[in-house]
Design a binder for this molecule. Structure first.
Ligand code: AMP
Ligand code: GLY
Length: 419
């Protein structure tokens, strides 16, 4: 028995808190900073995920905490797990030297190249003029990616030289993604079906979770800008037993072995963003954490105690527990603020009426202000439904999405259709 601290404040963290709440080994959950939804099940304090000194102080003064879960990418990349461990505290998540698999695309592409892990062909540039020369003669479409973390938005698919030039200018000259875009990757455009595989890793053993699929573009039919994710579903039809074996043998095990060979032991959740192409499955990206909003559909299907799994990942004993999943499908539809992923208003009042009992609402960007629930981010609330199949889960989710209202709210109407 003990208390758990979850660092972060979005829909992913709400779902992690919700799953931990079901454990009879967890008596209290704290969340920093949390949000209005999380505050219904955890004690939230206004400390940001990057305020390392304050987080450490919080853990020191709350002696009941026996585990800290670091959920977002940036504190992982900056070494929050290292800081907590160095001070004698248990923390779930990769250390800085392993979180780099997400924090630097130049690192992850070089890793895949060195260990023959299938991915799109690419070139890396830190010199704007050299990059410009290259994209003038390259084949289109091509993909320009910022090396560093950019909230899922540092990827630009370019149809022609003009768009390529603009992407380079945005990243390398105008620093739209700050330092994250100083180095860029220019990569071959892959055609295929996307699938996400999140996996628990304890350094030696890896247990993949059920498959899921994200819808990253802002609008229906995959139009509009890339976002952090507008909706998800599980399972993916593309992820057959045969594909699963290919992914385990060609991608998942080789990646864990490669990280160990590099002296970068990975413990935590490793997320494989995959493209199933005619030429085999290839890696689109790695994330060193749970996905958002993949977590919102994957964890509701988990039957095993999440607290036990987190501890097994830390202790290197994942092989000692059976991780079980429900057969049900799950769909998550995100309600977002008008204007997202570009500028949007915050503080807009939200009304929620008569949500069906079996629906889960995971808050992404909400807070309480003067006793009212208001928006506090681009992605606001995820509506999650379970069903015997994706069609049934979709129907339940959309019936309830309509009961949540705020000025400027929008959502995609086609989550779970293209699959
Ligand atoms: P990433 O953050 O690297 O996963 O990229 C965001 C999204 O851009 C992916 O989910 C894909 O839809 C798309 N994307 C990224 N790289 C490629 C690629 N090489 N070929 C085609 N689409 C891509
Ligand atoms: N939904 C994609 C991500 O979490 O990176």
């Amino acid at each position: 028995m003990g208390s758990v601290l979850v660092v972060g404040g979005g829909g992913r963290e709400h779902t992690i808190c919700w799953a931990l709440k079901k454990s009879n080994k967890v008596d209290k959950i704290y969340c920093l900073p949390g949000n209005a939804g999380i505050a219904q099940i955890a004690e939230c304090h206004p400390i940001g995920a990057l305020e390392f000194d304050k987080i450490l102080e919080f853990v020191k003064t709350h002696k009941d905490i026996d585990l800290t879960v670091v959920a977002p990418d940036d504190p992982l990349a900056l070494g929050l797990v290292d800081l907590l461990n160095d001070n004698g505290y248990r923390a779930f998540g990769p250390k800085k030297n392993a979180a780099i698999i997400e924090a630097s695309k130049a690192f992850s592409k070089a890793l895949m190249k060195k260990y023959n892990i299938p991915t799109a062909a690419y070139e890396e540039f830190s010199d704007y003029n050299k990059a410009l020369e290259y994209i003038k003669t390259a084949k289109y479409p091509l993909v320009v990616k910022a090396d560093g973390l950019a909230l899922g938005k540092g990827v630009i698919i370019c149809q022609n030289v003009l768009e390529g030039e603009q992407a380079l200018k945005d990243m390398m000259v105008d620093s739209k993604f700050k330092d994250a875009g100083k180095t860029i990757i220019v990569e071959e455009f892959m055609v295929g079906k996307e699938v996400s595989i999140l996996s628990f890793v304890d350094g030696k053993h890896v247990v993949p979770m059920v498959s899921s699929q994200d819808h990253k573009r802002a609008h229906d039919n995959d139009e509009g800008l890339n976002t952090g994710g507008m909706g998800t579903f599980t399972p993916s039809k593309v992820y057959t037993k045969e594909i699963e074996n290919e992914v385990l043998n060609n991608i998942i095990y080789p990646t864990i072995n490669a990280m160990n060979a590099e002296g970068r032991e990975f413990k935590g959740v490793l997320y494989f963003g995959l493209m199933v192409t005619n030429d085999g499955v290839k890696v689109l990206e790695y994330n060193a954490r749970f996905g958002d909003p993949e977590t919102q559909v994957v964890l509701p299907r988990l039957k095993t105690d999440l607290y036990d799994i987190f501890n097994a990942c830390i202790d290197g004993t994942l092989d000692k527990i059976d991780i079980e999943w429900k057969d049900e499908a799950c769909v998550c539809v995100i309600l977002a603020s008008g204007g997202y992923p570009e500028s949007y208003k915050k503080g807009v009042e939200i009304s929620i009426e008569d949500i069906d009992e079996d629906i889960m609402l995971f808050h992404s960007g909400t807070k309480m202000a003067d006793g009212k629930l208001v928006t506090n981010g681009g992605r606001v609330i995820g509506v999650v439904a379970e069903g015997k199949d994706i069609d049934q889960a979709r129907e339940k989710a959309y019936k309830n999405v309509e009961k949540i209202k705020f000025d400027g709210a929008f959502y995609r109407k086609d989550i779970g259709i293209k699959r």
